[in-house]
Design a protein around this ligand. Structure first.
Ligand SMILES: *Cc1c(COP(=O)(O)O)cnc(C)c1O
Length: 382
C-alpha cells in the first residue's frame, strides 16, 4: 500500500504548509479592486459598461476567436452555442459521459438527447476513434444530414469537452464530424489557456464555450463566454443574449425570443483584471503540474496524468490515477481526513437518473477513469 501520509506532507509543503489545502480557489494579484471600484464610482455595475465590451475584445484577442460574446455562466454559453448550431428538440448530440453536468443540462434545455461515447486514454476527452466507430455503425446520411438509423433521430452536433484543461484530438474530431455533417460545439469551460497545436481550444468547432466560475483558471465570480470564428453569428449571439432588443434610443422593440444572458459590468471588470495575468497563472499551474509529475514518477502505484502530445494544457485540475476503485476511495478518505482536499471525477452522466436511459457505447476508458481518477489541489500558488 502506498504511503498516503508522505503524499499529504508533500502537497501541504507545496502549498506553504497550510492546515487546509483546497482544491481550486481564485487568486487576485492585479487590478481587480481598481476596476471594481471604477464600476461603483461610475455607477456602471449592471449589464452595460466598458468592461463588458473590453472583456469580449480581450478574450477574442487572447484566444484568436473572431468574436467573443459574454454570458452569465458557462452553462448559458453552452445552451446558446447549441441553439446557434441548429440543435433542435429531439435531435441527438454526441458527447462524453465523463463530464460535468452542465454539458448535458445545456442540451437538455433544448430537448435534445445525449449519446455518450468513450473518451481517449491519453486525453480523458471525447475519442475520435469512438466517434468514428459509432457513426460507422449507427449513422446514415439523408439530404445532407446525419441520422441515427436505430432511433431515426437527427444527429446534429458533437460536444467534446477538454477535461481538466487537456485538449482532445481536435483535428480528427473536426474531420469526422465534417464527413458526417455534424457541428462541433467545444465545451472549453475548463480549458482557457490550453492550446492544441498552438491554437486556443474553443476555436476549432463552429462555436466554443468558456466558463469563469469561481473554481476555474480565471474567474468573474460567475460567467461564461462564447467563441466564434464567424463574426456575423457572433453578432447574432450578442443580440439573442441581450433580449433580442432592436437598437434604438428609446423604443422597446424585440424581434426574436431573447435571453437575459448578459454578464454585468462588475463581473466583466473582474474578468478584465484576471485576464491581464492569465499567462502567469497558466505558467504557475504548469509548474505545479511539473512538481507533481516529478514527485509521482518516483512512486509506485500512483500515476500522474500528463498533457497529451501536441498540446499545452492549462492543467486546470491536476489528476492522479490510483490502481483501482478501492484504493481510490481509501486515498480520498485519507487526504480529506488530513487537510488536503481531493475529489473523484464526476459521477458518470449515464449513471444519473436524468440520463441513465441514454444511448452509450462500451465506455471502456470512461469507466476506467471513473474508478481510478482523483483530483488533487491545483490552485495558483503565485
Ligand atoms: C464549469 C463547467 C461548465 C460551465 O459551468 P458554469 O458554472 O455554468 O460556468 C461547463 N462544462 C464543464 C465541463 C465545466 O467544467
Amino acid at each position: 500500500m502506498t504511503d498516503y501520509k508522505q503524499i499529504v506532507d508533500f502537497i501541504r509543503d507545496l502549498y506553504g504548509n497550510s492546515d487546509f489545502v483546497p482544491l481550486a480557489v481564485p487568486k487576485f494579484i492585479g487590478n481587480e479592486k481598481k476596476y471594481l471600484n471604477e464600476c461603483i464610482d461610475t455607477t456602471f455595475v449592471s449589464s452595460v459598461g466598458k468592461f463588458v465590451d473590453r472583456f469580449e475584445e480581450d478574450i477574442a484577442r487572447y484566444t484568436g476567436a473572431k468574436r467573443a460574446v459574454v454570458c452569465v455562466s458557462g452553462t448559458n454559453a453552452l445552451h446558446m452555442a447549441l441553439m446557434l448550431s441548429g440543435v433542435e428538440r429531439d435531435d441527438e448530440v454526441l458527447t462524453q459521459a465523463l463530464t460535468f453536468i452542465a454539458t448535458c443540462n445545456a442540451l437538455s434545455y433544448i430537448g435534445a438527447h445525449p449519446v455518450f461515447l468513450d473518451v481517449d486514454k491519453a486525453t480523458m476527452g471525447l475519442s475520435p476513434d469512438a466517434v468514428k466507430e459509432w457513426l460507422a455503425k449507427n449513422a446514415e446520411i439523408r439530404n445532407g444530414q446525419c441520422y441515427n438509423k436505430r432511433t431515426g433521430r437527427r444527429v446534429k452536433a458533437c460536444v467534446p469537452m477538454h477535461t481538466f484543461g487537456h485538449p482532445v484530438r481536435l483535428d480528427e474530431l473536426v474531420a469526422v464530424c465534417k464527413e458526417y455533417h455534424i457541428e462541433i460545439v467545444e465545451d472549453a469551460a475548463e480549458s482557457i489557456g490550453s492550446l492544441y497545436k498552438g491554437k486556443h481550444t474553443g476555436t476549432f468547432g463552429k462555436i466554443g464555450a468558456l466558463s469563469f466560475n469561481g473554481n476555474k483558471t480565471i474567474t468573474t465570480g460567475g460567467g461564461g463566454m462564447l467563441l466564434f470564428n464567424d463574426e456575423e453569428l457572433g453578432a447574432y449571439a450578442k443580440h439573442l443574449t441581450t433580449q433580442a432588443k432592436v437598437p434604438h434610443r428609446w423604443e422597446f422593440r424585440h424581434d426574436h425570443i431573447g435571453y437575459n444572458y448578459r454578464m454585468p459590468n462588475i463581473n466583466a471588470a473582474l474578468g478584465c483584471a484576471q485576464l491581464e495575468h492569465i499567462e502567469e497563472y497558466v505558467a504557475d499551474k504548469r509548474a505545479t503540474a511539473a512538481a507533481y509529475r516529478d514527485y509521482f514518477s518516483r512512486m509506485d502505484g500512483i500515476e500522474f496524468f500528463v498533457e497529451p502530445e501536441n498540446t499545452r494544457s492549462n492543467y486546470w485540475l491536476n489528476a492522479v490515477l490510483l490502481p483501482n476503485r478501492e484504493e481510490q476511495q481509501a486515498f480520498l478518505q485519507y487526504t480529506n481526513d488530513n487537510g488536503v482536499m481531493t475529489r473523484p471525477i464526476w459521477e458518470l452522466m449515464n449513471r444519473l437518473p436524468m440520463f441513465e436511459h441514454c444511448e452509450t457505447d462500451h465506455l471502456t476508458n470512461t469507466q476506467m477513469f471513473a474508478d481510478r481518477v482523483v483530483n488533487i489541489p491545483s490552485s495558483v500558488r503565485l
